[in-house]
Design a protein around this ligand. Structure first.
Ligand code: G3I
Length: 318
């Protein structure tokens, strides 16, 4: 009988399916008001298996006046995701920006209690439905200090971050709890400050499960991007690329590099791009996403899909 070579495994044809074959997710930021745009929804449902609410789970959206919680827009995204089998990244319980006016005007122990109550209430409301929460977003300073960013939250005491993580764990024991930040795309003073905090949290039993690297990039990615992901993973946390967008020249090549870096780190459990079409991006005019304004796949899309199809598996799953 003639030998018939086995057919090569069929390459997946969407981002989500390909990532899933590698034990990972591929997600996008979603804006609730765009769920009535049929082109947007058809790309979302075809390509992605994870979503992040772009603005709808932030403090100003979910607790517009103190103690009065509002989940209508966040729930539209959560319900869409669940109906379509997508996992959900919760973004973000505490952040210095997009606070409701009432919180911006608070300080000291009153703000601390209000912030922890916010974490408890929102994480409890969504208990069991969130894959990963950004418990704290962007709490470290830019520049060379490696220290915390000044904010009303930071002024309540340096332990505000661990207090938030403990409250989130109590409220939703099964969600992965992440610290999320930007300008952390290589080994630098800011990423090392965060690394030192995560190492300390792990040593003292503060509940932290993951670190998010936003990865808002222009033209290039630091040569030690993968090394940086790996050093965090080696602390015993998952790493996730949480808000990826890439402006400027070399876009497809940089998307390829970032995707391969995640796949090369077994604890890199997923990638989220910060929007679907260029016209959906917060970076107006930068065209940093995978689909053009008409919803067509760009070369950057093909680069990511090919990198996913070529990449390594994650034995732990997402
Ligand atoms: O909702 C109001 C609307 O009522 C008002 O009419 C309109 C007028 O400007 O503003 C609307 O709010 C805007 C909001 O997005 C919702 O569209 C804000 O002005 C605008 O500042 C806000 O921008 C968001 C930004 O976070 C706020 O800091 C972007 O959409 C969102 O993509 C961006 O996402 C952040 C991540 O959360 C954290 N990392 C950085 C990333 C990019 O900045």
């Amino acid at each position: 009988m003639a030998f018939v070579a086995p057919a090569p495994a069929e390459a997946a044809s969407t981002l989500g399916a390909s990532a899933a074959e590698k034990g990972r997710y591929f997600g996008t930021a979603v804006a609730a008001h765009k769920l009535s745009d049929s082109q947007y929804v058809s790309i979302l449902n075809r390509e992605f298996n994870s979503v992040t609410a772009e603005n709808e789970m932030k403090w100003d959206a979910t607790e517009p006046s103190q103690g009065r919680f509002s989940y209508t827009n966040a729930d539209r995204i959560v319900n869409h995701a669940r109906a379509n089998g997508m996992s959900i990244r919760g973004h973000a319980l505490l952040w210095h920006a997009q606070q409701p006016g009432w919180a911006q005007n608070m300080s000291g122990s009153a703000l601390r209690s209000a912030a922890i109550n916010h974490v408890t209430q929102v994480a409890s409301y969504y208990r069991g439905r969130i894959h990963s929460w950004d418990v704290v977003n962007e709490a470290f300073a830019d520049g060379g200090s490696g220290g915390r960013r000044d904010s009303n939250l930071q002024r309540t005491g340096n332990d505000w971050i661990e207090a938030a993580f403990r409250a989130a764990r109590a409220a939703d024991p099964n969600a992965k709890l992440c610290y999320n930040d930007y300008n952390t795309d290589g080994v630098n003073a800011k990423s090392t400050g965060i690394y030192t905090m995560v190492r300390d949290f792990k040593a003292r039993g503060v509940p932290i499960d993951c670190v998010g690297f936003q990865s808002h990039l222009t033209n290039s990615v630091p040569g030690d991007y993968q090394t940086n992901l790996q050093r965090f993973a080696d602390l015993g946390v998952d790493v996730q690329i949480t808000e990826l967008d890439i402006a400027g020249t070399n876009q497809a090549a940089v998307y390829d590099t970032v995707t391969r870096a995640c796949l090369a780190v077994s604890r890199c459990t997923g990638i989220t791009v910060w929007g679907i079409r260029d016209s959906d991006s917060w970076r107006t005019g930068a065209n940093p996403l995978l689909f053009d304004n008409n919803g067509n796949k760009k070369p950057a899309y093909t680069a990511v899909l090919n990198a996913l199809n070529a990449g390594g598996t994650n034995p732990g799953g997402p």
